[in-house]
Design a protein around this ligand. Structure first.
Ligand SMILES: Nc1ncnc2c1ncn2[C@@H]1O[C@H](COP(=O)(O)OP(=O)(O)OP(=O)(O)O)[C@@H](O)[C@H]1O
Length: 311
């Protein structure tokens, strides 16, 4: 274990997950690298099938990787025994799912649902459960059951439940997938609030690029690898001063897009750029160093004046 593995909340290095179905192998993650700082509030985006849920399941200890390295809060997930993994799931991570039937037990009240995970660890329950419901703005709904709560309220309760055991890492799978834009915005505000109040690291997985504006960093996954990152240019507080309540889309105005360069110097060039230069389907490009730029051109380009990537 290196210092880096302990310093960060998440370190994935060349992570590979292969599913075997009958005789066919599906490579869901193919050498994914990811580092998440402690206390970060970030999102992972990618199209359907890009490997988002696979990554989330591995980080949550629900699935084991096939190869590579994955550390969460200094724990080497490949080395945990089944018993240690059960403890890891109970104490280190919390989950918020898109499907609320997976988050909440229908015949219990909101308060009882939040108390339930604490039963297992035997901690003082009532007071903390009330505190958490208050934090997500739902004290007034503590006696309501699942069917009496709106979709947005159910998600808030789900956040409180996920926080019940004081996890270091909160994982959310499409938490705004089933609600309208305004409710989605409010749910993301709750995540931000718990991130700053409790310092819990939050990773939201989504295919919704609209989520991006509310988080500080977005990592895009393509074909089981990280492809690019969007990093907030201004602080969220500065932006709030300028923004309406609309969550908008991730854009060049709020986030800077960076392509990911892996350890051996490989770069994933955004598909739009490849399309613009007619490079889709080509397996070679011309690469030249031009002052402080690396210029990428069609193989048959006559001059060194193609589209460029800052070096
Ligand atoms: N249990 C499994 N058995 C076989 N193949 C699987 C399994 N789970 C995922 N896959 C495959 O792995 C790849 C990545 O799937 P994954 O669910 O991680 O993608 P995703 O980005 O979360 O997609 P979505 O947004 O649609 O949920 C897909 O090709 C998928 O078919």
């Amino acid at each position: 274990m290196s210092d880096e593995d302990v310093k960060y909340m998440v370190v994935c290095d060349n992570l590979v997950k292969i599913y075997k179905v009958a005789d066919i192998e599906v490579v869901a993650l193919q050498g994914l690298d990811l580092v998440v700082e402690k206390g970060e509030f970030m999102a992972i985006i990618g199209n359907s099938g890009s490997g988002k849920s696979t990554l989330l399941n591995i980080l949550g200890g629900l699935d084991r990787p096939s190869a590579g390295k994955v550390f969460v809060d200094g724990k080497d997930l490949l080395k945990l025994t089944d018993k240690q993994l059960v403890r890891y799931k109970r104490e280190t991570v919390g989950f918020v799912w898109q499907n609320n039937a997976r988050n909440l037990i229908p015949y219990l009240t909101a308060l009882e649902n939040v108390e339930l995970p604490m039963l297992l660890t035997g901690r003082a329950r009532r007071e903390r459960a009330l505190e958490l419901l208050d934090m997500v703005g739902l004290s007034h709904r503590k006696k309501y059951k699942l069917e009496q709560l709106s979709g947005g309220e159910q998600q808030r309760v789900a956040i409180a439940i996920a926080l019940a055991n004081n996890p270091k890492l909160l994982l959310a799978d499409e938490p705004t997938g089933a609600v309208d834009t305004k409710t989605a915005s409010q749910i993301l505000d709750v995540f931000r609030e718990v991130n700053s109040a409790l310092g819990v690291t939050i990773i939201i997985v989504t295919h919704d690029r609209q989520v991006a504006r509310k988080v500080d960093r977005v990592v895009a996954i393509r074909d089981g690898r990280t492809s690019s990152e969007f990093i907030r240019k201004k602080s969220y507080a500065e932006e709030l001063a300028e923004l309406s309540n609309d969550i908008g889309t991730v854009g060049r105005d709020t986030h800077e897009e960076l392509a990911v360069l892996d350890k051996v110097g490989r770069l994933q060039i955004p598909r739009e750029y490849l399309e613009a230069l007619g490079l889709i389907g080509k397996n070679r490009v011309k690469v030249e160093l031009e002052g402080d730029r690396i210029v990428i051109m069609k193989p048959d380009h006559p001059a060194s004046s193609g589209h460029s990537v800052k070096g």
